[in-house]
Write a protein that binds this ligand. Structure first.
Ligand SMILES: NC(=O)c1ccc[n+]([C@@H]2O[C@H](COP(=O)([O-])OP(=O)(O)OC[C@H]3O[C@@H](n4cnc5c(N)ncnc54)[C@H](OP(=O)(O)O)[C@@H]3O)[C@@H](O)[C@H]2O)c1
Length: 353
């Protein structure tokens, strides 16, 4: 199989460098260029390295960062993986799609646009079809987004439960890692030995995006899911991995054991298609009474390429007619670059790339 040339946008940032990690030796894709702002032009990836838990190849570290210019990228690359800030992503991603580039984005700018899929291949693979309605599709260009990092970790187990029992309400509290704030992120004096009970726009994004992802595609549009969703978000002094506590009211009440069964049976489309970055078990249910924990479970998932792509769920229990559980997912892998790479792999499987 001839590899597709792809661009990494925002290659000096946290998400951009996770893209580079996942695209080194990818079976379908090859990095055709790494792009960022004028501030980074001409620097090598090694000079601006932020991801320190992965050993990049020397030739990757020696690659020079280029200034992002849509027309030049379109000449070299069929697809682009975007780790750009929201304000920059909006026009840049549109311009790339107009130039015929398939864009797989982490940014929030296009997530709620009606004809843009907000995609998690385990949750709503059929939503990918929305790209066919985009005005740029006829020349090969389109935009696919993935959700906010805290919504992604929640959406995977929530869909397993929604499909099995129906959801009436979800009340979620998050304990979010500092890498979720980009680089350099939260000042160390604000977060060391501390918890900050506010993340700008995070609760609003969670409450909005989940209904689109768990919605049903009908007549070319997403019919939003209707359950009640209330989120409270906090930043905690953890490097990687968003931990969340969820309290759920189900349409059809079920004991915890039955909920666990539904979570463990959830192994849908990407696993059936054997997509390279799909974890063998998208949800791992822990039986210990002190798991999941960021230090132990952030990188859950196998095979090696899918490290950090599984969502760990634990302490599933009943309480006064509700189901309570904890969940954990890696924010820059499952909730970031890994999600976009999996979306692009699904696009290949569906012959859209
Ligand atoms: N971190 C997470 O857990 C996470 C999870 C899901 C989604 N996201 C989203 O993913 C995106 C990237 O997040 P991040 O955490 O990787 O941010 P980040 O570390 O701040 O990186 C931002 C990147 O964008 C580049 N950039 C900024 N302005 C630019 C411009 N005018 N032209 C070209 N490039 C420009 C930066 O390049 P320079 O170095 O040259 O400035 C840098 O490479 C954001 O939209 C974020 O909301 C993040």
């Amino acid at each position: 199989m001839k590899k597709t040339q792809v661009a990494v946008l925002g290659a000096t940032g946290m998400i951009g460098q996770r893209f580079v990690q996942l695209l080194e030796d990818h079976p379908y894709f090859e990095i055709g260029g790494m792009y960022a702002s004028e501030r980074s032009e001409g620097k090598t990836l090694g000079e601006v390295l932020k991801v320190k838990d992965f050993r990049f190849k020397q030739e990757t570290l020696d690659t020079k960062i280029e200034v992002l210019e849509p027309m030049a990228i379109a000449k070299r690359c069929r697809a682009a993986f975007s780790g750009l800030p929201t304000d920059v992503a909006k026009d840049t991603e549109t311009a790339l799609a107009q130039e015929g580039v398939a864009v797989f984005s982490n940014a929030a700018s296009h997530r709620m646009t009606e004809d843009v899929p907000l995609l998690i291949p385990e949750v709503n693979p059929d939503h990918l079809e929305l790209v066919r309605s985009q005005s740029t599709f006829s020349n090969g260009g389109y935009i696919v987004t993935n959700a906010n990092c805290s919504t992604t970790g929640l959406a995977v187990p929530l869909q397993a439960i929604h499909q099995a029992f129906g959801l009436r309400s979800c009340f979620v509290s998050t304990y979010q890692a500092i890498s979720g704030a980009g680089y350099p992120g939260v000042p160390s004096l604000d977060i060391l030995g501390n918890v900050v009970p506010f993340i700008k726009n995070e609760e609003e994004k969670m409450e909005e995006e989940i209904h689109k992802m768990l919605g049903v595609l009908k007549d070319g549009r997403v019919d939003l899911a209707k359950f009640e969703m209330i989120a409270s978000c906090a930043r905690v002094p953890v490097v990687d991995g968003h931990l969340e506590s969820a309290v759920l009211k189900l349409e059809r009440e079920a004991p915890a054991a039955e909920v666990i069964k539904a979570l463990e049976a959830f192994g849908p489309e990407p696993q059936r298609l054997k997509l390279p970055t799909a974890p063998v078990h998208p949800i791992i249910v822990r039986r210990e009474d002190n798991r999941p924990q960021p230090a132990a479970d952030a990188f859950a998932g196998e095979p090696e390429r899918a490290r950090g792509m599984a969502v760990s769920v634990g302490r599933v229990r009943e309480s006064k007619g509700y189901i309570k559980l904890w969940l954990l997912s890696h924010n820059t892998l499952r909730g970031g670059a890994g999600g976009s790479v999996l979306n692009a792999e699904l696009a290949v499987a569906k012959k859209l790339l």
